[in-house]
Design a protein. Structure first.
Length: 346
């Protein structure tokens, strides 16, 4: 976005969706240069770009956004094997993966006609993201989108049983990669419940765990250092197992610097599937994971394949949900506005 004396002067058009309650703000034509040889390279350059960071801050920060806003800039794919590329962003930067965003992008691509879809049936929307190539399989009935399967990059456990001291006691954390690295911790082991009444405590302990494990230095991606570091903490509680083996869990994912996912977290659900597969509780052909969020929305997680990443066993995860359009916007900045790109309050 060109600047004039440090003040952003152009308008910015967005289409907003929510996936299971979590916002996703799509910028189809970002008014700033986002160069790079690949989507991963574009992300690395965006992190160092004043223009890209100012546009992200403008759309995330109040008065145009809020502390938990999320979105993506559409960019070219790495090659013609994908329909589009995307740079995911939140209030603290640019993330490597986003399952709820990929689900929203699948719905958006079909809604806008970018990808032709049948009135009844399914179509794949292939998306290049910083962590690799993913698929949003959009299901249609009667001319409407009724569900989207997010098929992610291989997901796997990096380390188990890591003792992390917190204000609520010592947590036992599992580090898992699901497009980003997550720390999974049983909330009940710390005397916490995943519900809105515990919101502030869950944010606080999620931040403590993330910061401790980042400082510990074990959150290292095996092949790409750009994907290293703890992205978020998944605080979960088990809700039991159905007669057919379906695993029911509730979680809240606290990511970036205290941001809360209102959905069950798409890439976080993939991380949980890798853990549960290692425990023998889910697998190819079933059972599945019914994953509930802090606001009561649900994703269904399934293992659709197995593979290996180096020496590590991995699963190919699929997360099913849906997304709904909530609005279209043209954001503007008055040249006299002194609160640009904005501010963040929690």
């Amino acid at each position: 976005m060109p600047e004039d004396g440090g003040v952003i002067t152009q308008t910015v058009a967005t289409t907003d969706y929510h996936t299971a309650g979590e916002p996703f703000r799509i910028v189809a034509e970002p008014p700033v240069p986002l160069p790079g040889d690949s989507v991963a390279d574009r992300r690395a350059r965006a992190l160092a770009s004043t223009d890209a960071q100012d546009l992200r801050r403008l759309l995330c920060s109040e008065p145009r956004g809020h502390a938990d806003m999320y979105g993506g800039f559409i960019v070219p794919p790495d090659d013609d094997g994908a329909h589009l590329g995307v740079l995911f962003w939140h209030k603290d930067g640019f993330s490597t993966a986003c399952g709820h965003g990929t689900i929203a992008l699948g719905a958006w691509a079909v809604d806008t006609g970018l990808v032709a879809a049948p009135g009844d049936g399914a179509v794949d929307v292939v998306v290049d993201v910083p962590s690799g190539r993913v698929t949003a399989r959009v299901h249609r009935a009667g001319g409407r989108t009724v569900g989207v399967d997010f098929v992610n990059v291989p997901s796997y456990v990096l380390a188990r049983d890591l003792a992390v001291p917190t204000t609520w006691g010592t947590a036992s954390a599992t580090l898992t990669y699901g497009g980003a690295i997550y720390a999974s911790v049983d909330a009940t082991s710390l005397g916490l419940v995943v519900d809105p009444a515990s919101y502030a405590d869950l944010i606080a302990v999620g931040r403590e765990i993330k910061q401790a494990l980042d400082a510990d230095g074990r959150a290292v991606h095996p092949t790409d250092p750009r994907l290293s570091g703890v992205y978020g903490t998944i605080l979960h509680e088990d809700l039991g197992t159905d007669a057919d083996g379906t695993v029911r869990q509730r979680n809240v994912t606290v990511f970036a610097d205290g941001q809360v996912d209102r959905s069950p977290c798409g890439s976080g659900t993939c991380a949980r599937l890798a853990v549960l597969a290692g425990d023998g509780r889910v697998g190819v052909g079933g059972p599945v994971l019914e994953h509930t969020s802090i606001v009561g929305s649900t994703f269904t997680g399934a293992v659709v394949g197995t593979t290996r990443v180096g020496d590590l066993p991995a699963v190919v995860p699929q997360v099913t949900g849906t997304a709904y359009r909530t609005g279209e916007h043209r954001f503007v900045v008055d040249p006299a506005d002194t609160l640009v790109p904005g501010f963040v309050l929690r």
